[in-house]
Design a protein. Structure first.
Ligand code: NAP
Length: 293
């Protein structure tokens, strides 16, 4: 599908590096076409931070509705915005920028995307649950903030680097919610994982073929909801969780929902939401086409 471009076409896109594997143009452009929006979504591959600053500055005067930001620039995007939503500030990362009259307004839709995907894919709502989150980087930060705001009562952050986990827990405390937040290193997390309702992988383990699972198989059980933020490849965690009968999902649903939420912000209308089903199909088709190559 080639997007139609007219003299009044508005721009959206994603800044990141490397960017050649992104599924976002496929899923956004399919949805714009479905809604008859005169928008086009393009990859904005930028190899360094100086380039990110130049693209962000240019977006103020070009006809951008907004743009997404992906690895490794979600933290620097926070500094480049004129205003940043509180959730993004506490998560320490901006993945969505809305361009409003030349001003850059930063949001983080990863957390909202995660909660929506947990609900739609796994039938999971975080209220009064115990969750174990592996990782303490950008994605884990968004996940922990969203789960605490969603009413989780106990959150255990499991990360190799204890310092990074503690630093995340300190930021989460700023939310002023009642959730108990613990930090553990992987070797000591057995009980917290076994007792959790949700086990979530927000480390980068699983992105490369042959990566081990961050969660030992013997800690998993059939009552678990398991959510792996990695998508596009079957991960060992999802395979092993399914083998023990857990309700396990990869991160494609989150990718779709964070992207749809971003475009909902850019459209700023109560009339309709972005079509998640169209976006998911387009992302799945793009993955299948990539695998066939
Ligand atoms: P990041 O900020 O670089 O954080 C990486 C995390 O992974 C850190 O906690 C790091 O631990 C941990 N880690 C890396 N290698 C590890 C290893 N060998 N063993 C154990 N832990 C390891 O990355 P990110 O932006 O948070 O992204 C993390 C993952 O989430 C990526 O796979 C990304 O594709 C995915 N993601 C998915 C979505 C979605 O929509 N589905 C959205 C955002 C991100 P240390 O702190 O100890 O180094």
């Amino acid at each position: 599908m080639t997007p139609r471009i007219s003299g009044s076409t508005r721009l959206a896109g994603v800044i990141g590096w490397p960017i050649d594997h992104t599924l976002s143009p496929a899923m956004h452009n399919a949805a714009y076409e479905e809604l008859g929006l005169d928008w086009v979504y393009i990859p904005l591959g930028v190899p360094d931070e100086a380039g990110v600053r130049r693209v962000a500055a240019a977006a103020r005067s070009l006809p951008f509705v907004g743009f997404n930001v992906t690895m490794p620039y979600k933290q620097i995007a926070l500094e480049l915005c004129d205003e940043v939503a509180q959730v993004a500030r506490i998560a320490g990362a901006v993945n969505t920028v809305h361009v409003v009259d030349g001003a850059l307004i930063g949001y983080n839709t990863d957390g909202r995307g995660l909660l929506e995907a947990l609900e739609s894919d796994a039938g999971f709502a975080p209220q009064s649950t115990a969750v174990a989150v592996f990782g303490a980087g950008g994605a884990a930060s968004s996940a922990v903030v969203a789960l605490v705001l969603g009413g989780a009562s106990r959150v255990t952050i499991v990360n190799r680097s204890h310092e990074r986990a503690e630093e995340l827990a300190e930021r989460v405390a700023l939310l002023g919610r009642d959730a108990e937040v613990f930090c553990l290193q992987p070797e000591t997390a057995s009980d917290a994982v076994r007792e959790a309702d949700l086990v979530l992988n927000a480390t980068s383990l699983g992105m490369k073929p042959g990566d081990p699972s961050p969660v030992p198989r013997e800690w998993l059980r059939s009552g678990h909801v398991v959510y792996d933020l990695v998508y596009g490849v079957p991960t060992k965690l999802v395979e092993e969780a399914r083998a023990v009968g857990a309700n396990a999902h990869d991160g494609l649903g989150m990718l779709v929902c964070q992207g749809a939420t971003a475009a909902d912000i850019w459209r700023d209308t109560a009339e309709s939401r972005m079509p998640r089903d169209v976006m998911r199909r387009a992302a799945e088709d793009a993955i299948a086409a990539r695998q066939a190559r």
